[in-house]
Design a protein around this ligand. Structure first.
Ligand code: ATP
Length: 244
């Protein structure tokens, strides 16, 4: 379990807090989904949980995180364009302190996976489409054995087949009671078939925590995008609390 307790964070002195008094719990057994408008602080929160910005937190505590046990897949994971897929496979899997096997192909039992991986193995990273890069890095990152997995918009830019693969992998991973899985997304319809718990981030605070159905009910629409818009449009806010 990862528990955030009363977190405050700002990037610099001149601007206000991006996160204000964030308290929520990310539990194993479900996919924890971080929702929020652009710029609401989702990536910032991932950067804190993963340890990148943890030391810069102004106030509050992150419980339950061991950085060595965390896999963080960022939105813009970039590698040198001249590396081939097989170089990335080596870099990810053989470079990992926990990875045991020498033969990476044995780990991909599905034929579609194998075929795609074979093709990408011999393709330069620079020649891969954005979606292929994302699929490859995601597939490799999923092979890393960790307790906490953070996925920042893992399906953005991938085709529907790969998207279903990625979401299925994330759902399977979340069934493990020893792992905490947190992802962000802007594609709310994808959550309808997911055993998920939504954490809704807005104006620096978590404003709602609940299941997909509870989300639709609370914000009064069967279309999740419209429910989300209902929440934003009717948000009354609170007195801004920019001082600790
Ligand atoms: N390195 C930085 N320095 C200063 N401000 C930053 C920095 N990174 C992000 N911000 C600001 O912090 C706020 C939150 O950004 P963040 O990237 O966490 O949002 P997000 O919810 O992930 O957005 P999106 O949905 O567009 O990916 C934004 O107002 C952004 O301008």
């Amino acid at each position: 379990m990862v528990k955030l307790d009363n977190l405050y964070f700002k990037y610099n002195e001149t601007r206000g807090y991006v996160l204000k008094n964030i308290s929520t719990t990310f539990e194993p057994g479900v996919v924890n989904v971080l929702l929020g408008v652009n710029g609401s602080g989702k990536t910032t929160l991932f950067d804190i949980i993963s340890g990148i910005l943890l030391k810069k937190v102004d106030k509050g505590v992150v419980h339950g995180v061991n950085i060595k046990d965390t896999m963080y897949m960022t939105q813009g994971m970039l590698f040198p364009m001249g590396l081939k897929g097989k170089d990335l496979i080596r870099l990810f899997l053989k470079g990992d302190y926990r990875y045991q096997s020498k033969k990476h192909h044995d780990f991909f039992d599905d034929e579609y996976f194998k075929e795609k991986l074979e093709y990408l193995s011999n393709t330069y990273y620079g020649d891969m489409s954005i979606g292929e890069r994302r699929w490859l890095t995601f597939t490799l990152a999923m092979k890393l054995e960790r307790k906490i997995y953070l996925f920042d918009e893992p399906t953005s830019g991938v085709d529907p087949h790969s998207k279903v693969d990625i979401l299925d992998s994330i759902m399977n991973l979340s069934k493990n009671k020893n792992k905490v899985v947190i992802m962000s997304t802007h594609v709310l319809h994808d959550l309808s078939e997911m055993n998920c718990k939504i954490h809704l981030l807005h104006r620096g605070k978590i404003n709602f925590v609940g299941t997909y159905d509870e989300f639709l009910k609370k914000f009064n629409h069967s279309n999740p995008d419209k429910a989300f818009r209902n929440f934003i449009d009717n948000y009354l806010g609170e007195v801004e609390q920019d001082v600790l």
